[in-house]
Ligand binder design. Structure first.
Ligand code: PLP
Length: 406
C-alpha cells in the first residue's frame, strides 16, 4: 500500500531524503490524541509518540491554541533580547528542579553538549587549570546523542563507528555497578558523571535507586558534578516529573528535551547553585534556543500536565497496565523475557530481534519503537487512557501470541 508507486511521499523520500534513517515504512499525515493516520487512511495507536516526544498526544486543543496564538504574536527574537515565554518557562522548570538556572536549546543532543561544556568549566574551576580535569563517567549502553560530545558520551560501536577520533576523557562502566563507579570516579581528574535515570535507546534499563544514591554520594565526596540525562525519561513519563525523583536524589545539572515541547523542538539544561554561574556572558549560546514559540510550546505542555493531573495519572494507570503487560511473559515465555521500565516508558524484552515484531505490531495497528536490539518500547502519550492502554495490550497479545519463530 505504501510503496513508492502508491505513496508520492515515499517516492519523494527515496529520491531526495538522505538514507540515514533507512526507508521509513509509512507516511503519517494526521494525529489526534493517541491516534495517528497514515497516507492510506490506516489508523494506529501511537505508542511511539515520536520517541517520547508527544507528551500530551497529537493536536491537544490547549497546545494548539497556545502555539497558534504565539505564532501570530512573536515567533523569534534571538537571545540578544528577552522574551516573556522563556522567562516563564525557566521559572516553571526551576520550580520543578529546585533553585537554579536554565539555558534553552533545541534538541536533546544539544542539551547534553551544554552539560558536557558545564563539566569542562567545573573541572577547570576545581583544578584551577584548563584541561586538567575533564573526565566524564558514563554508563555502558548509554545513549546521549549524535553530536560529537553526545557520541563521545555514548559507548556504543554502532553510534561511534566512522566518526573517530571523538572527544577524550570519557569512561564507560556498567550501569548499577556502584563498586565499578567508585573505582573510576577520581577526585582529581573526574569532572562529572552523566547518567540516564532510565536508559531508553539502550533497551529500557532503569538505574536502581540505590545506585543513583550511591553515585550521588561519591560525587559529593569527590566534588564531581552529578549530571542526569532526563531527555527521554523526564517530563512526567515515569509517573514523576523527573525519573530521578523515584530515587530521591538531587542532581547538580539536568538535561531535558523531547516531551518538554510536546512536539515542538526544544531542549534545556538546568544547573544547581553554585554551578549555575559557570557559564558567563559569551561562553555558551544558540540563535534559536528558548525562542518565544518554543518556550510557549513548553509552557503549554506544563499547563496541560497540571490541568489534567497527567503525571499522577501516569503513575496510577501504569500499575494495571504493567500487570497486564507482564502476562505476556506467561503467554509466550519462549518469546518474552520480561517487562521493565516505569510509568509510560516500558520495554517488552524479547528473546528475539525486536525489529520484525515492531513491524508486525505496526501492521496490527500500533506504533512502537525498538530499543537496544532487545526491546519493543512502549511510549504512549501521557494522556493515553486506560482503554487505549488496554487496546495496546490486546494487540500485543494477538501479535505475540501468534508469533511463529523464524
Ligand atoms: N539523550 C537521551 C537519553 C535520548 O534518549 C536522546 C534521544 O533519543 C538524546 C539524548 C538525543 O536527543 P536528540 O535526538 O533530541 O538529539
Amino acid at each position: 500500500m505504501n510503496g513508492p508507486s502508491a505513496d508520492p511521499t515515499a517516492a519523494n523520500y527515496a529520491a531526495n531524503v538522505a538514507h540515514n534513517y533507512g526507508a521509513p515504512p509509512i507516511t503519517l499525515v494526521k494525529g489526534q490524541g493517541t491516534l495517528v493516520w497514515d497516507a492510506a487512511g490506516k489508523r494506529y495507536l501511537d505508542f511511539a509518540s515520536g520517541i517520547a516526544v508527544n507528551a500530551v498526544g497529537h493536536a491537544h486543543p490547549h497546545w494548539v491554541k497556545r502555539v497558534a496564538e504565539q505564532a501570530g504574536k512573536l515567533v523569534h527574537v534571538s537571545n540578544l533580547y528577552r522574551n516573556e515565554p522563556q522567562g516563564e518557562l525557566a521559572q516553571a522548570l526551576s520550580l520543578r528542579c529546585g533553585p537554579g538556572r536554565v539555558i534553552f536549546c533545541n534538541s536533546g543532543a544539544e542539551a547534553n553538549e551544554g552539560l558536557l561544556k558545564l563539566a569542562r568549566l567545573h573541572g577547570q574551576r576545581k583544578s584551577g587549570t584548563e584541561g586538567a580535569c575533564i573526565g566524564v563517567i558514563v554508563a555502558e549502553k548509554a545513549f546521549h546523542g549524535r553530536t560529537f560530545g553526545g557520541m563521545s558520551a555514548t559507548p556504543q560501536e554502532k553510534i561511534q563507528k566512522g566518526f573517530r577520533p571523538l572527544l577524550s576523557g570519557f569512561t564507560a562502566v556498567p550501569l548499577n555497578d556502584l563498586a565499578a563507579w567508585d573505582k573510576v570516579i577520581d577526585a582529581r581528574t573526574t569532572a562529572a558523571v552523566l547518567i540516564e535515570s532510565i536508559q531508553g535507546e539502550g533497551g529500557v534499563n532503569p538505574a536502581t535507586p540505590e545506585f543513583l544514591r550511591g553515585v550521588e554520594k561519591l560525587c559529593r565526596e569527590r566534588n564531581v558534578l552529578f549530571m542526569i540525562d532526563e531527555i527521554q525519561c523526564g517530563i512526567g513519563r515515569t509517573g514523576k516529573f523527573f525519573a530521578y525523583e523515584h530515587a530521591g536524589v538531587k542532581p547538580d545539572a539536568i538535561a531535558m528535551a523531547k516531551g518538554l515541547g510536546g512536539g515542538f523542538p526544544i531542549g534545556a539544561i538546568w544547573m544547581a547553585p553554585p554551578h549555575d554561574d559557570l557559564f558567563q556572558a559569551g561562553s555558551h549560546g544558540t540563535t534559536f534556543g528558548g525562542g518565544p514559540l518554543a518556550a510557549t510550546a513548553g509552557l503549554a505542555v506544563l499547563e496541560i500536565l497540571e490541568a489534567e493531573q497527567l503525571v499522577a495519572k501516569v503513575a496510577e494507570r501504569s500499575v494495571a497496565w504493567h500487570a497486564a503487560l507482564r502476562e505476556l511473559v506467561t503467554l509466550r515465555p519462549d518469546l518474552v523475557k520480561e517487562v521493565r521500565g516505569a510509568g509510560y516508558m516500558v520495554g517488552v524484552i524479547l528473546h528475539v530481534d525486536p525489529l520484525p515484531v515492531v513491524a508486525s505490531l505496526r501492521e496490527a495497528g500500533i506504533l512502537t519503537a525498538p530499543a537496544g536490539g532487545v526491546a519493543v518500547r512502549l511510549l504512549p502519550p501521557l494522556n493515553a487512557s486506560a482503554e487505549e492502554l488496554a487496546e495496546a495490550v490486546a494487540i500485543l497479545r494477538q501479535v505475540l501470541g501468534g508469533w511463529k519463530a523464524a
